[in-house]
Ligand binder design. Sequence first.
Ligand code: BG6
Length: 478
Amino acid sequence: MKKYSFPKEFLWGGATAANQIEGGFGEGSKGLNIADVLPGGKERLTILQSPGFNFEIDRDKYDYPNHEAIDFYHRYKEDIALFAEMGFRVFRMSIAWTRIFPNGNELEANEEGLAFYDRVFDELHQHGIEPVVTISHYEMPLTLVKDYGGWRNREVITFFERYVNTIFHRYKDKVKYWVTFNEINSGFIMPIQGLGFSIQKEEDKYQPTFQAFHHQFVASSIAVKACHEIIPGAKIGCMILYAPVYSYDSNPENVMYALEEERLFNYFCADVQVRGEYPAFIERYFKEHGIQINMKDGDLKLLKEGRVDFIGFSYYMSRTERKDKTDLEQSQGNLIGGVKNPFLKASDWGWEIDPVGLRISLNQLYDRYQVPLFVVENGLGAHDKVEEDGSIHDDYRIDYLRDHIKAAGEAIEDGVDLMGYTIWGCIDLVSASSGEFSKRYGLIYVDKHDDGSGTLERKRKKSFYWYKDVIASNGEKL
Ligand code: BG6
């Protein structure tokens, strides 16, 4: 088999988010956040994609799997030891904003929350693992959502600024890789998680969505500048959900349509965060959709000054589009829409599997921006079976990961500057879009099930041993 040459310092590891692993509901004076009010099960996706969500907990009707998640809050030592056993060089995790500022708008930070992450970072360092920390991963404080309207309210920038200054000062000797907003462009499809508000039933979505994006761009630039000032030498990146858009056929009308979809969804946010300015193509879009961004003097200058150092992105699937979709089968599970691609197979959840699409994405991103790239999420959500002897033979996951890592290796040969690769859900966790435990991504199995049962015991899957060899051989042994 062909051997790939990954850079010597390549950042191999795994990725998670606080709300999907920690649990510790209300412990350490943690406040409520968006993930705490999202129910488990199939209804979650409907809630995320429909207008008018009320952000209330209704225990008579629903379960809330994020409240306990996989109890990383109490079991982080055991989990980090397992990551170290695989040889992780980095571990991507997020800080729960509500552990640091329980309501988001306090003047003083919560020491218990700060101390928790000190312990986690220290544990990682003791095992030689560098943390890659996402500042905001789908877990805005609920008070900021309910009382302020989430990111559509400019005042939220001030609270975010206090939060980032607090964590940069506190962890300046412990964290050198930072990520601002997880999948910032997911605000287009799931504003509840990404932008901290639900579109109201009769409301036009365009104005509030883009105004909220603007506030996040300003907040991101503030964070980048503060990070560079407070932690010289640290690297801070943006994070986008990247899914290359293919035209269904060679009809130029469809090619243009795919291009427009691609620019808006994949590039709009990154253009602002990487280049420090709004892209030319958006003016026409704003005009056609009656969007007028309220800006303050100095915003544009700030965007220019607060440009990110690298692009982090998640890659799970590509998307195929035709302008007129009549008579075409829709893709079954792709959250970003599109039509079924006849050349691709799909996961148990209908996400189309396309490793070549990762090579395409890396090349497209690098051609456009020429900044280092970091695949901070890639992985397969699948049903796993525990055999009688306790083993888990997840060869389908190994195949998926191998093909994607090969694609990354090819992209490096193409000349792409790729910093690292972290497998999403390196340990089983709560799915963000469906709230299920049964959608497992892990290399480590967690005994926890959709009905709430399970011992939370951790088990190594076959993919655990495989990834260990991949890292030990720096990607040569796939
Ligand atoms: C990304 C998110 O969208 O994909 C993660 O950043 C999420 O939070 C991951 O878990 C996989 O999606 P899902 O819905 O299968 O959990």
